[in-house]
Design a binder for this molecule. Sequence first.
Ligand SMILES: C[S@@+](CC[C@H](N)C(=O)[O-])C[C@H]1O[C@@H](n2cnc3c(N)ncnc32)[C@H](O)[C@@H]1O
Length: 316
Amino acid sequence: MVPWREAWHEALYGVHGFYRRPEGPAGHFTTSAHGPLGSVLAEAVGRLADREGVGHVVDLGCGRGELLHQLAALRPDLRLTGVDVVARPVDLPEAVGWLTSPGGAALPHTLDGLEDVLVLAHEWLDVVPCTVLEVAEPGRLAVVLVDPATGGESLGGDPTAAELTWCAQHWPVDDLEEGSRVEVGLARDLAWDDLAARVRGGVLVAVDYGHTRADRPPHGTLTGYRGGSVVAPVPDGSCDLTAHVAVDSLAHDAVVPQGEALRELGIVTGVPPRALARADPAAYLAALARASAATAVTDPSGLGGFLWVLRRVGSR
Ligand SMILES: C[S@@+](CC[C@H](N)C(=O)[O-])C[C@H]1O[C@@H](n2cnc3c(N)ncnc32)[C@H](O)[C@@H]1O
């Protein structure tokens, strides 16, 4: 039995880790970075780069570069760099740079001194493994251990002093009943700070599903995904392992729901005018597909409910 954080890291980023598989994350689940949704996101990211006055976009945890393909087509004026745990995908447009990363909380040492940059971490922090605690008895937290082969759990020792301090500040447990869980955001906060430390001037945006102090999930959110389905979270490398992000504990300048962030960046929803169907049927169908994608990524009960955490770095 090992602490969840350790087993989780090995399962996703170890030698046979889930994210090293050839099919990549898009083989198992869809995000706002994929397909027609990704085209809307790329437009918004390009506008955000313009709004922030930066000319370089780094897509950290970019999968196999799905969003970068869209950005390269839409905004050839921007410098683009992808970062993920695998070698550069062969089909990536030549102009797009690439850095291979260790994975999880660890970043490549070559990712440093970034200037004039927008770093997008789209669904990265939810897969940065964190410590899972359980209320063993009123007022006492224990580290949850897991068997990597079966997912069977037991309770282990005490959290570290830093984890307890994080809980006291962000996820108080005094009123939690026995069996309640805390997914300690400290590892994500530190990874986010490490990322910010690699930026001399620019803006960081993390996009993830998350919670704030007002709505912490009492029983934890650790979930497995494989082949488009939710599966039991077994840290054996056969599935994704993800837990929602405590977004308010990340250092930030703003936290806004994706729907709001995209509307602020000029993404509009709504069906195209009916007259277009007669005047230009192909254009009408394209506009309809586009409207459908924009609706999906702004829908507050779906992808639009994801949270954008924005942090500016340097004297901009
Ligand atoms: C949930 S997927 C999201 C992929 C893509 N951004 C998207 O939204 O479709 C998380 C990705 O982050 C990558 N990742 C995790 N830790 C990383 C790290 N430290 N550096 C670079 N990539 C990382 C994983 O390999 C995986 O491709």
